[in-house]
Design a protein around this ligand. Structure first.
Ligand code: EPU
Length: 430
């Protein structure tokens, strides 16, 4: 077990380079299992979720070779299994993309119900609706999803999603890539990682148009070939460093970004007083004065992302006046608020709405991260706080942020990762 220890109160400065996008990498890794040949994927983030996805691929029979820290070669020609173990699958949400991939390539998949952050109810009914429309029979039995194409191969169809869902859009798109005929997905999610997964598949020979709009058309192909693909930069990691500068102050050049993907984030941070200078693939982020209050509602892309909600809330705790943060995607994404309150935050949560009264400063405290973005919010608060903050549960953070401690230290933040003796860990459970 490890914990982060942060001595806060230092403004951030310097440069930070953003890694490849977690949620794009998960889609692309699963989609690579459709390919008969070698796929070389570059700009892969070095995070726990990616390691787990690659483990699942190996378990299915693919050959996976790490070329260097951020490049991996996957040869899925040898995939023989169409079922993956509960152990690997349950730990990670993105594992559900293997249902679409295996069903699309082999007409059969047995995959454990997915895990992921506990953000309230996270049904997969829209994934199932999509697979059924494509001619699959889907049953959930003893914690596993069993999906079988009735005619051996999926058949193109119209799929209309009742809610905008990133996961089901990517999953059904992957499944339809090698289906017989045309699939049209309506009310599709438009997130950059949906587009990235479509671009990856197209570069391997798929025929997908419209990704990034709410109608995606997929004309099924017989097979996909190998190739090289580079994952887009992580919009949420970049946003997290923007929120850190907002809370702690300073000026940071956030490198390796696609500024267009960040507009939904920078628009809100501009409202609260942050300034941005845009370059081709970098943003200079600065806080010069006091933060100002604002209201935020999380929405599907291009709205403000739910995956940035805890981080902006941490920054708004230090803004002048009262801000209202409304969670528009999940039922229960304010669990971290109790931890911020230990640092002196003044936040009232009622269901999906948090009312945040600005305070002068946070005071350092012992904290526990309950999920990935919650953990990021606690790091942000710790960097801005007076005194020392200790954060446990940081395995959640390491699921999705590459080298956060190293990157923050590179910006002058005083953060270290230390081992927690087992006995110490146990004494806290009781
Ligand atoms: N939903 C349904 N039925 C479904 C699928 C989704 O009702 O079949 C609902 C969900 O309950 C939720 C909403 O639709 O209320 C959106 O869910 P979505 O499917 O878009 O989310 P997801 O695919 O489970 C991905 C990311 C999340 C991110 C969301 C929203 C991955 C692996 N996860 O989750 O990332 O919050 O999209 O953008 O791509 C994170 O990175 O911290 C994270 C939680």
């Amino acid at each position: 077990m490890i914990k982060y220890v942060i001595r806060g109160g230092r403004p951030l400065s310097g440069e930070v380079s953003v890694s490849g996008a977690k949620n794009a990498a998960l889609g692309v890794i699963a989609a690579s299992s459709l390919v008969e040949g070698v796929t070389r994927i570059e700009n892969i983030p070095k995070i726990l979720d990616v390691t787990l996805m690659l483990e699942i691929l190996r378990e299915l029979g693919a050959k996976v070779r790490l070329v260097n820290g951020s490049t991996v070669e996957i040869d899925s020609t040898s995939i023989v299994n169409t079922s993956a173990s509960y152990e690997a699958m349950r730990k990670i949400r993105g594992s559900y993309y293997f249902i679409g991939a295996l069903l699309g390539r082999f007409g059969h998949a047995v995959v454990a119900m997915p895990g992921g952050c506990d953000l309230g109810v996270r049904p997969i009914d829209q994934h199932i609706k999509g697979f059924e429309a494509l001619g699959a029979e889907v049953k959930v039995k003893s914690g596993f999803i069993h999906a079988t194409a009735r005619e051996g191969r999926l058949k193109g169809a119209h799929v209309y999603f009742d809610v905008i869902t990133v996961g089901a859009t990517i999953n059904v798109m992957i499944a339809a890539t090698m289906a017989d005929g045309l699939t049209v997905i309506e009310n599709a999610a438009k997130e950059p990682h949906v587009v990235d997964t479509a671009n990856f598949l197209n570069s391997m020979g798929a025929n997908i148009t419209g990704a990034g709009t709410d109608v995606i058309k997929i004309r099924g192909v017989e097979s996909l070939h190998g190739g090289t693909y580079s994952i887009i930069p992580d919009q949420i990691e970049a946003g997290t460093y923007i929120a850190a500068v907002a809370a702690a102050g300073g000026s940071v050049l956030v490198k390796n970004v696609i500024p267009k993907h960040l507009e939904c984030i920078t628009a809100k941070f501009s409202e609260i007083g942050m300034s941005f200078e845009e370059y081709d693939d970098a943003l200079l982020v600065s806080r010069t004065g006091k933060l100002m209050k604002t209201n935020v509602k999380t929405l599907p892309y291009p709205g403000f992302p739910t995956d940035m909600q805890p981080q902006i809330t941490a920054a708004l705790c230090l803004a002048e006046g009262t801000s209202v943060v409304t969670e528009g995607i999940y039922d229960n994404r304010f669990k971290y608020v109790d931890e911020l309150k230990r640092m002196g935050a003044n936040i009232q949560v009622d269901g999906k709405v948090a009312v945040v009264e600005g305070i002068e400063s946070f005071s350092g405290a012992p904290l526990c991260a309950c999920d990935l973005r919650a953990g990021a919010a606690l790091v942000i608060a710790g960097l801005a706080a007076k005194g020392t903050t200790e954060i446990r549960g940081v395995h959640h953070i390491e699921r999705g942020y590459e080298k956060m401690v190293e990157k923050v230290r590179g910006l002058g933040g005083d953060i270290v990762c230390v081992d927690v003796p087992d006995a110490d860990e146990l004494s806290e459970v009781g």
